[in-house]
Design a protein around this ligand. Sequence first.
Ligand code: GTP
Ligand code: MG
Length: 284
Amino acid sequence: MTAEQTAPPKAAAGSACEACPAHHAANLIRLGVNMANWDFVVALAGNPNTGKTTVFNHLTGLRQHTGNWPGKTVVRAEGGFAYGGDRYKLVDLPGTYSLLSTSDDEEVARDFILFGSPDVTIVVVDATVLERNLNLVLQVLEITDRAIVCLNLMDEVQRRGMAVDERRLARDLGVPVVPTVARKNEGIPELLQAVADVAFGRIVCKPHRISSPPGLKDALGGLTDEVAAAFPGLPNARWVALRLLEGDPRIAEAVRSGEIADLGRHLSTRSAFATNSLAQEAGQ
Ligand SMILES: Nc1nc2c(ncn2[C@@H]2O[C@H](COP(=O)(O)OP(=O)(O)OP(=O)(O)O)[C@@H](O)[C@H]2O)c(=O)[nH]1
Ligand SMILES: [Mg+2]
């Protein structure tokens, strides 16, 4: 089943209003920094300057909890919202063009998606330069199958006389694609609904993955089993094995030293938010 095929019916039986955007918007309660007892964790990823923080602010309100990522000078922003009676914690990741970890920003974004085990990852893309943004989308889809593409800046697409076939894109990528104009809050109610649908498994993503040639497949299978056996409970052993085969020195060192097992624990969003001396609450 594709994401498109599993999209929920537009109107729930007995209540057409429940499916309308106005109802969704009214359902959103911005919790800001009130982050106790969340039900789901949502990561916001994307290239720089695509509107991630604009989306973040719409969903959480302007108050956010900021600190630093463990061991990094990269700022970490978190906030919360309630939707349909469930509480969501939202983590704004640094803007990156790739997840290949050539900078602290890329490493933070990659490690969080890999080892923080968010329930849903939203990738915010600039629809006017879709091709450039798809590089990151495909990398994210390699490491999680619970993702949504937020096709932002659709007003600019229209203004420039361009068009994006979002249904085709959703079919090709195998994940929901939601067109938005974040600056005007357009599409945000639909984005919220998609987040809830993926979080609850009502939409099952079938992300596009680049298929490996047979030789690589065998090597990858064997090494994935070895990584999983050496680090029980490590999310995404396949991805770690793939990086080892590619000769990624950072991952090789993390496996050699055992640090790879700690990454999952450090970044786990299931523990209380790790404040540090730099932590502060914006606007407080
Ligand atoms: N025209 C238009 N501008 C938008 C839209 N969404 C966001 N912007 C603008 O784009 C600029 C960047 O938005 P941000 O939300 O800061 O983007 P970001 O992805 O958080 O940026 P970094 O954190 O620097 O990577 C701001 O000037 C926003 O007002 C949109 O849908 N349409
Ligand atoms: Mg930002």
